[in-house]
Design a protein around this ligand. Structure first.
Ligand SMILES: NC(=O)c1ccc[n+]([C@@H]2O[C@H](COP(=O)([O-])OP(=O)(O)OC[C@H]3O[C@@H](n4cnc5c(N)ncnc54)[C@H](OP(=O)(O)O)[C@@H]3O)[C@@H](O)[C@H]2O)c1
Length: 323
């Protein structure tokens, strides 16, 4: 059979880049088309050099602009990036543009939608400021309500905490105190777990899903390798790296203030970020609910563990030599 075209939104980023990397391993099955706002940026040119058909597309430019980028695609991997604008209104509009264009793609057989769950429903109305989840869940509802035929071939994937987040700013994830102990401060009790994955494994998940298409149509997959507490993660990290570590629980207010001071988040974004974590503190691992297919139950899907991730990344080296 001739290879099918897979259009990947966010091809230069973490999720989409992992999808591209995996599908490129199977040129007899997939022709990969990567969307980017800037075809001249180094990440886009690197994709081109690897054989990706790189096309220019901005989710904010409206669905007509995207229809051309999706033309002829059998599969679309779609995402929106809340943190690029920090605006739920913009994210929802971008998601609708993407969905309108996917619905207008006559060749489409499978739409894989990168989402997050509805924080208001999951928390029974308790947490109302988790905008980066809520917008994505509104787009999921939009697909279902507006395009029944598209919904019939849609798989929604709920993404969890990335293992890779610890690499973004390792010195603030795990600062060393005066006595040489690496201290991780977080708002969860030591026993509260979060769903976690190596985002580099996104490609494995997406390939498994598109290769077993129909089974996952209309379904929502909770994509995570392990439910882990931050306290457990720090303990494993200390054992693997052979360094002293300590976990300290701080209050939600202290945590939120830390985001404002250390990563310059606005008060609203810091509240958004904090409340998403409080959902797990209050309601447990909501990703483990029966309504979601568990990625761990997908046959043949082997996901990286935290221990393997730490063994494979030089976290301490990155702290000492950030560039
Ligand atoms: N970090 C986490 O733990 C976590 C967990 C769950 C969910 N998420 C969600 O993951 C999403 C971000 O995905 P990521 O981690 O893959 O991000 P990323 O690595 O920062 O990459 C963002 C990608 O989105 C593309 N993009 C941004 N705005 C665009 C636009 N207007 N039109 C077209 N493409 C656009 C960028 O492409 P170009 O710049 O090349 O145009 C880039 O490829 C966020 O919405 C976040 O809420 C994150």
């Amino acid at each position: 059979m001739a290879p099918v075209t897979v259009a990947v939104v966010g091809a230069t980023g973490s999720q989409g880049g992992a999808v591209v990397a995996e599908l490129l391993k199977y040129p007899e099955r997939y022709r990969v088309r990567g969307l980017t706002r800037d075809v001249n940026k180094p990440a886009a040119q690197l994709l081109s050099a690897k054989g990706v058909e790189v096309v220019s597309a901005d989710l904010s430019a409206g669905s007509n602009a995207l229809i051309g980028a999706f033309a002829g695609a059998s599969v679309i991997f779609g995402l929106t990036d809340f943190w690029a604008s920090c605006s739920s209104a913009i994210e929802v509009q971008q998601g609708r543009n993407l969905v309108d264009a996917a619905a207008a793609t006559a060749t489409l057989t499978h739409f894989v939608w990168s989402a997050l769950p509805d924080p208001v429903a999951l928390s029974h109305g308790k947490y109302l400021h988790v905008h980066h989840w809520k917008g994505k869940s509104e787009v999921t509802e939009y697909i279902n309500a507006t395009y029944p035929a598209l919904w019939e071939k849609t798989t929604t994937v709920l993404f969890p905490n990335y293992f890779e987040n610890c690499l973004t700013n390792p010195a603030s994830y795990l600062p060393k105190n005066v006595s040489g102990t690496y201290v991780h401060s977080f708002l969860h009790s030591p026993t509260t777990v979060l769903p976690n994955v190596s985002i580099a494994d996104t490609g494995k998940l997406v390939r498994a899903v598109i290769e077993d298409g129909q089974q996952y149509f209309t379904k929502t997959i909770a994509f995570y390798a392990q439910s882990l507490s931050e306290a457990e993660k720090v303990k494993v990290l200390g054992e693997v790296l052979n360094v002293p570590t300590k976990y300290t629980q701080i209050s939600p207010e202290e945590f939120q203030q830390g985001l404002i001071e250390t990563v310059s988040m606005t008060e609203e974004d810091a509240l958004d970020f904090t409340e998403q974590l409080l959902i797990f503190e209050t309601f447990g691992n909501v990703y483990a609910r029966d309504e979601f297919i568990q990625a761990a139950d997908i046959p043949g899907l082997s996901l990286t563990t935290w221990k393997e991730f730490i063994q494979g990344h030089d976290l301490l080296g990155k702290m000492n030599h950030p560039n």
